[in-house]
Design a protein around this ligand. Structure first.
Ligand code: FES
Length: 146
């Protein structure tokens, strides 16, 4: 009878300990694992009037959840690229003095065709299409070549 009472207490304490452990670990693990938020499927973003972007300047626009850098060069031509550096994902910026795309994190540079020129970036920036419709600038995903 004494052994079965001991077993009963062991099971009771072991079960309580497991329950307590689960109640502590579950919220911690739930907090550490980010919730799955489906990414909105964006194909085109309206940036604004053409005249709002002066030549030799740039603007960062949101394309879904991703930043895109829209650049208007000296000649008034628009270029758009992913604004996420291909090295370690810093946000790039346009430098008016050098007329290049520059990543301040590790001094990486890209030209106005998105090609990596110097510094650690291992590959070019992804290019986006730019369309002007009724004097409004639209940035869209380039068509995939199949
Ligand atoms: S993250 Fe851009 S150069 Fe390193």
């Amino acid at each position: 009878m004494g052994v079965s009472r001991r077993n009963f207490l062991n099971v009771l304490l072991g079960g309580s300990l497991m329950g307590w452990l689960a109640s502590v670990l579950y919220p911690i693990l739930s907090y550490l694992r980010p919730p799955k938020i489906p990414e909105a499927n964006v194909n085109s973003v309206k940036v604004g009037p053409v005249d709002d972007i002066a030549p030799n300047s740039a603007k960062i626009v949101k394309f879904g959840r991703k930043p895109v850098i829209l650049i208007r060069d000296d000649g008034g031509e628009f270029h758009a690229f992913s604004a996420t550096c291909t090295h370690l994902d810093c946000i790039v910026q346009y430098r008016q003095d050098t007329k290049q795309i520059w990543c301040a994190c590790h001094n990486g540079t890209y030209d106005l065709r998105g090609r990596n020129l110097s510094g650690p970036p291992p590959k070019p920036l992804d290019e986006f299409a730019v369309n002007i419709v009724n004097d409004e600038v639209f940035v869209s995903k380039p068509k995939q070549v199949s």
